[in-house]
Design a protein around this ligand. Structure first.
Ligand SMILES: Nc1nc2c(c(=O)[nH]1)N[C@H]1C(S)=C(S)[C@@H](COP(=O)(O)O)O[C@H]1N2
Ligand SMILES: [Mo]
Length: 197
């Protein structure tokens, strides 16, 4: 906790009405999946692509590895700074699928049918990662093991844990929280928390 001015290194990094936490809260709807056997896990890419694709866990992990460091902002009001992620850059994952010109949005599908939507150009940013490691440690089941999305410039609910499929779409459809009133885009610096913001 701090009083008065923010430390200089936080200046401009913490969106309005967010508090910085050193811990890492766990937040989701539904059950945490526990995988005993990753040979049954896969990641599908489908929709507006020339070559729909299915990655096994080993195939995905054999792609080039990337690192990124960024801040995350949960719509419930906590921010966590300086997260170091390791994983596979989204642009490397989608390299060979041949995204069609008709693709304008992405719907991310997680375990238990949980979904979230975002514009394709946000998903395809260089900073978007399919992460397996956070601050040097393999993700715990609660935080998204084996693979979670990290799209750091949007509220953290767009960063699907337990990712299982990436759907490229012509039109925007609301995902799970978006159907329940959360914003279709979710820029934390514009405080786009709810659909009416
Ligand atoms: N599959 C799935 N991913 C999810 C969610 C969820 O309910 N299901 N909740 C989102 C929300 S609201 C937040 S803030 C972050 C929380 O991630 P954490 O538990 O690792 O902090 O996950 C996001 N990803
Ligand atoms: Mo959240």
């Amino acid at each position: 906790m701090f009083f008065g001015n923010k430390p200089a290194e936080q200046e401009g990094r913490v969106p309005p009405n967010q508090r910085v936490t050193d811990g890492w809260p766990v937040l989701h709807y539904g059950n945490v999946p526990y995988y005993e056997d990753l040979s049954k896990w896969d990641l599908q890419i489908f929709g507006q692509v020339e070559n729909p694709k299915r990655f096994t866990y080993d195939e995905l992990m054999s792609l080039p590895q990337s690192n990124s460091k960024n801040d995350i902002h949960c719509v419930t009001g906590w921010s966590k700074l300086d997260n170091e992620w390791e994983g596979i850059a989204v642009k490397d994952v989608v390299k060979d699928v041949g995204i069609k010109d008709t693709a304008k949005f992405v719907l991310l599908h997680a375990e238990e049918g949980w979904t979230t939507n975002l514009p394709i150009e946000d998903f395809l940013r260089d900073s978007s990662l399919l992460a397996h490691t956070h601050n040097g440690k393999t993700l715990t089941p609660e935080h998204g093991f084996p693979i979670r999305v990290v799209v750091p410039h949007l509220y953290f609910w767009k960063s699907a844990k337990w990712l299982r499929a990436i759907e490229f779409r012509e039109n925007d459809v609301p995902g799970f929280w978006e159907m329940n009133g959360y914003h279709m885009y979710g820029d934390p610096f514009k405080e786009q928390r709810f659909s009416w913001d």
